[in-house]
Ligand binder design. Structure first.
Ligand SMILES: [Zn+2]
Length: 305
């Protein structure tokens, strides 16, 4: 299936060179994004002056995501592609590499973040934890970077991008204040966040949470029985009240953990579902970055309080 997609991509890329010449300069900039976090960001910056297509919807796991034939068409027709990078979109990396060789603008938003501030990880080929959006300061840098790239590529709308970007950054500053206020109400010893996979390390670093993921940083490897037993012992030792399911990861792993705690004669509740690698339904508040963050923090605080 993947090989087949790749063949189509190669074929379409050869047609692409003809298409590029015929592009009408008055047409809207055609932007393609990968994760729903990036789609929401670009939507906020580009507003109605761009044509925007996000590849990954709600509940989609970027670690496992493969490009469909429809995606390949979207990618080939894009004026610019924004993606997370740091091997978050592990299975698309090869496709992006190919695009880059064909001079399609392919931009990894994580490129802007100083490597010294990234969390190291042995699990990714990049050597870094790719879940950068859970530190709002990182996301602000990514917004500024994306804005600059859009201004460069589409200078006629530079003013719009700049204006939208400023307004969005202000929203994120308000979000930061709100979150800090909520988290301060939770005692430091209660700040233990157990989730399906290690998506929340940047969140933990920013707000002093001890973060433990059952599946490690990527969902590509399943948790073993030993991992479950070890984590169950940790939960009992630290007297953790609640553990969390993630919207983009099957909940059976967290349920297995809950059962393991129970088998040792203890109780741990499932504190709710957190949005980790994808936003909520686009028609809901949680379908935005700001809404997702607010919801996650409320869910965590309510369950651990
Ligand atoms: Zn992840």
């Amino acid at each position: 299936m993947y090989k087949h997609t790749f063949l189509i991509l190669t074929l379409m890329l050869s047609l692409f060179s003809c298409k590029k010449v015929t592009k009408d300069p008055n047409e809207k900039l055609n932007v393609v994004t990968t994760t729903s976090m990036i789609t929401d960001m670009v939507k906020n910056i580009g507003g109605n002056v761009i044509e925007l297509q996000g590849l990954m919807g709600n509940g989609v796991d970027p670690h496992l995501y493969k490009a469909s034939e429809g995606d390949v068409t979207k990618l080939v027709n894009a004026d610019v592609i924004f993606y997370n990078g740091l091997h978050l979109e592990g299975k698309l990396e090869e496709v992006f590499e190919k695009m880059r060789h064909q001079n399609i603008k392919t931009i990894a938003i994580s490129d802007v973040i100083d490597k010294s501030t990234l969390i190291s990880s042995e699990y990714f080929a990049s050597s870094y934890d790719p879940h950068i959006w859970f530190d709002i300061n990182n996301w602000k840098l990514a917004i500024q970077f994306t804005t600059e790239k859009l201004k460069e590529i589409d200078p006629k709308n530079a003013e719009t991008y700049e204006k939208n970007s400023k307004a969005y950054l202000a929203k994120l500053s308000t979000l930061q204040q709100d979150i800090l206020q909520k988290i301060t109400s939770l005692a430091p010893e209660k700040r233990i966040l157990v989730t399906a996979h290690d998506a929340f390390n940047y969140f933990g670093k920013a707000y002093q949470f001890n973060v433990v993921g059952l599946q490690g940083l990527s969902t590509a490897t399943e948790a073993g029985v030993q991992d479950v037993q070890k984590l169950a012992a940790f939960i009992i030792e630290k007297n953790v009240k609640a553990i969390f399911v993630e919207s983009s990861v099957p909940k059976r792993t967290i349920e297995a953990l809950q059962a393991a705690v129970k088998s040792k004669g203890h109780e741990v509740t499932i504190g709710g579902t957190l949005y980790s690698d994808a936003l909520g339904n686009p028609d809901t508040v949680e379908g935005t970055y700001v809404g997702m963050f607010t919801y996650n923090v409320k869910t965590i605080i309510d369950a651990l309080q």
